[in-house]
Design a protein around this ligand. Structure first.
Ligand code: DGJ
Length: 785
């Protein structure tokens, strides 16, 4: 809903639970009057313009007409330089006719529409529903012929607002954009804490939370990809905000390249947050008649803590970012050969893996890296699209056919944006690799990056991929990107355009993806960049799921998935059960925990299925069955992070919107000695109905009991003896089942009364042995809904 009072020049954007109010000041600047809990729309809202109306010492008045009006204390929708706003600007332009860089944008006109504004070449939220409206406010520079089109789309039901900005040069003289943020929001107070996700390879999505003090704080990427160093997301939260209580504002950028999110707490205790393409190594010449589109920003306000903020984002991503084709379509359970074989495979090994996968209930078999010529390790082959005929004598077409004959879908890994020096492509087109003239290129995983700013490269890749996907009859593609950019320079671009390389790279990539998506609407794309090095909403627009981390260790994954859940719903995150010990941290975790964590994402298996013990095989078959049975709930439900008192434990719930069914996951880190009794409170359930709670049928490996196993079994067996091994490999020892019937209010306030944990004294039906990295799933169903 957008209400406009034209006389007062006030614009009121309302979602179900939030209001965003703008006003044009007497001097013509666009001000933010309010962002927070929804306010009733009233005829007049101008009085919400609460700014200092007193002469402030040592400030610069905007004009001599009013000494009390200084831009430094105004809550501006666009911050520029030169007229007395000394905070970080969101827009910085150099006018080439005279070299000046003072900008003063004032209101010109507005347009209201039911359609989302066009952002050609950029991913963006899909068209809103009929209740949603878009507003474009046009500001014009007071002196120079430049216009800003500020776009706002109000998504009422998801409680989100999308913003972006288009800069149009209406004159004939060029201008240079030195900085062009998509959105800037000035909030009237200080004292926020910033929450964001930082990380590195195999440790992505780590939650950070800290106070914002006076001055500037920023996160971003200079790696060419949005990167795992900092996800393009930030929340500003009140210090008392918890998962379920308190206020927070969430912001995310729909972009996959270098970006920057900056906050500034001003001398006057206002907080500014700006998001956009990074201004580092960025200068964009805009000649007469041209326009520049800034990527979209998604923002939301929550008065119900972090969970509610995440749920707004999750709903928006599911309904408006993810490809419509995949919004509700069940995602297949996959088996991927990477951790099973790495580069060392041939057709017969792949077929054995696929056959076993099929017998376990898997639906999609994915052939990862190493299928093309000269690719036996990381050092060569990228750029080749012809199959390695030693490994695949019948080519991609042959293996794909055989796999499909098993009743499985076939999926393929590609890394199109890269080239190995040792490849035919590099030999033919060395100028297509990103290298800086006269310098030795710095390697990353022994490979170079292709110049995606060059349309010939994009065209070439389109042809190669089109042919490959056709030939292999793929249902799924894993799109990898395994190095950050360096030595940035394009042989294709003129000198004045080099400083826009990073953004042009991203536009080239998006162009390729738009074309491929159009040609292959049915292919399920999975985004990957050494795991989550390019996990962002830009890629999510093209690829509904992401391989969020190469770390498949169940314990590490709870941190990574929990972190990313601040912004992304479970249906965006692929999560695989891998072998043991973990290939990343050498940790042993129970196979049931590996599954329990994975099923809060998109389930897959990435281990040598041909060497499973009978125990593992039985357990996996059951896991896949459970996942498929509850797939709609696990992939489409409403997700919450649950509050637990102990720091070595985490719990999540995913619930049907109508609260009639849910699955709770409870994950433990290291076992503590003599642990206290625990309950898991579920405040989100309906209070006045009855629920049944049943633990998932889970099994444990008797090996973990060593010789204590003799306490349980009627016969005596030797610890680590042959018999012990045989029994462990074949016998499924069930964990003590838990089953309760409770009223919703009891679950809300007391919680699931989970069994006592093993304390070194006895193993009875009342004792549950979680052990290190143990976990449980509980299925909850309303009995009278
Ligand atoms: C990095 C990815 O994250 C892995 O899953 C795997 O696909 C390798 N690349 C292959 O090179």
């Amino acid at each position: 809903m957008i209400s406009i009072n034209s006389e007062e020049q006030v614009f009121h954007l309302q979602t179900l639970n939030s209001s965003y109010i703008l006003k044009v000041s007497d001097a013509g600047h666009l001000l933010n009057l309010y962002y927070g809990p929804r306010l009733e729309h009233r005829e007049t809202l101008s009085h919400l313009n609460h700014t200092a109306r007193v002469k402030l010492g040592s400030t610069t008045a905007y004009s001599s007409a009013d000494e009390r009006y200084c831009l430094e204390t105004q809550k501006l929708e666009v911050g520029t330089t030169g007229k007395g706003d000394y905070r970080e600007p969101s827009l910085h332009i150099t006018y080439c006719d005279d070299g000046s860089s003072t900008s003063d944008f004032i209101f010109d006109r507005f347009e209201l529409s039911g359609d989302r504004p066009d952002l050609p070449g950029l991913p963006h939220s899909h068209s809103p529903s009929e209740d949603d409206l878009s507003l474009t406010i046009v500001l014009r520079e007071k002196l120079k012929p430049v216009e800003l089109h500020l776009h706002y789309t109000c998504f009422v039901h998801t409680d989100t607002i999308c913003r972006s900005m288009t800069i149009i040069n209406r004159g004939s003289e060029p201008v240079v954009l030195n900085k062009a943020c998509s959105a800037s929001v000035d909030l009237p107070e200080a004292g926020f804490e910033a929450m964001h996700l930082s990380g590195k390879w195999i440790a992505e999505g780590q939650q950070q939370r800290h106070s914002l003090n006076k001055g500037v704080f920023s996160i971003g990427s200079s790696r060419g990809v949005s990167s795992s160093s900092h996800n393009p997301f930030m929340a500003l939260v009140s210090p008392d905000c918890t998962e379920d209580y308190g206020c927070c504002y969430g912001f995310a950028l729909v972009y996959s390249g270098n970006y920057k999110i900056t906050t500034e707490v001003s001398s006057y205790d206002q907080t500014r947050i700006m998001l956009g393409v990074s201004d580092l190594d960025f200068a964009w010449p805009l000649s007469g008649g041209m326009q520049f589109n800034c990527p979209e920003v998604l923002m939301t306000f929550s008065h119900g803590g972090l969970n509610l903020m995440s749920q707004h984002f999750h709903a928006h991503i599911r309904q408006h970012i993810i490809d419509r084709e995949w919004q509700d379509k069940p995602r297949p359970v996959q088996a991927n050969n990477w951790e099973a074989t790495y580069f060392n495979f041939d057709e017969s090994k792949l077929m054995s893996l696929a056959r076993k996968a099929q017998s376990l209930g898997v639906e999609l078999f994915v052939l990862d890296d190493g299928w093309f010529a000269n690719r036996n390790d990381e050092t060569s082959g990228l750029g080749n699209y012809n199959e390695d005929r030693k490994k695949l004598p019948r080519g991609l077409a042959g293996i794909s056919r055989k796999i499909r004959q098993l009743g499985l879908q076939f999926g393929l890994w590609v890394e199109p944006e890269m080239v190995s020096v040792n490849s035919d492509l590099y030999e033919k087109h060395p100028d297509w690799a990103v290298t800086s003239p006269g310098r030795e290129a710095s390697p990353g995983r022994h490979q170079l990056v292709l110049d995606m700013s060059n349309p010939s490269v994009v065209d070439y890749l389109y042809e190669q991929l089109f042919d490959t996907f056709r030939r292999a009859q793929v249902s799924y593609v894993k799109w990898d990107h395994n190095r950050n950019l360096s030595d940035v320079y394009s042989n294709h671009l003129t000198a004045e355009k080099q400083a826009g390389f990073y953004h042009r790279y991203v536009l080239g990539l998006y162009d390729l993806l738009f074309r491929l998506k159009e040609a292959f609407p049915g292919i399920l794309f999975e985004n990957c960049s050494s795991g989550g090095n390019r996990f962002d909403l830009g890629m999510t627009f093209f690829m509904p799921q992401t391989w969020i981390s190469d770390n498949t260790d169940a314990h590490e994954r709870t941190k990574i998935q929990q972190g990313f859940s601040l912004l992304y719903p479970p249906c965006c995150m692929s999560a695989h059960v891998s072998g043991h010990p973990s290939h990343q941290v050498l940790r042993h975790t129970p196979i049931e925990s590996r599954f329990n964590v994975s099923c809060f994402g998109l389930l897959g298996y990435q281990l040598d299925l041909t060497t499973l013990t009978t125990y593992e095989e039985k357990v996996i078959r059951q896991q896949v069955g459970f996942y498929k049975k509850h797939r709609a709930l696990l992939q489409q439900g409403v997700f919450y992070r649950l509050l637990l008192p102990a720091s070595n434990q985490r719990a999540w719930i995913i619930m049907r919107k109508d609260k009639s069914e849910a699955i709770v996951g409870f994950f433990q880190g290291l076992q503590v000695s003599n642990p206290t009794l625990k309950t898991i409170r579920l405040p989100m359930l309906k209070p006045d109905v009855i629920y049944s709670i049943n633990s998932r049928e889970q099994y444990q490996n008797i090996r973990q009991y060593g010789h204590l196993v003799n306490k349980e079994l009627p016969v005596s067996i030797k610890d680590r003896g042959i018999l012990h091994g045989i029994i462990a490999n074949h016998y499924l020892l069930p964990v003590n089942a838990e089953s309760y019937t409770m009223h919703g209010d009891q679950l809300q306030h007391m919680g699931i009364p989970i069994k006592s944990q093993f304390t070194g004294t006895e193993i009875t039906e009342y004792v549950s042995h979680f052990g290190d990295f143990g976990s449980r799933l509980y299925h909850i169903r309303c009995l009278d809904c």
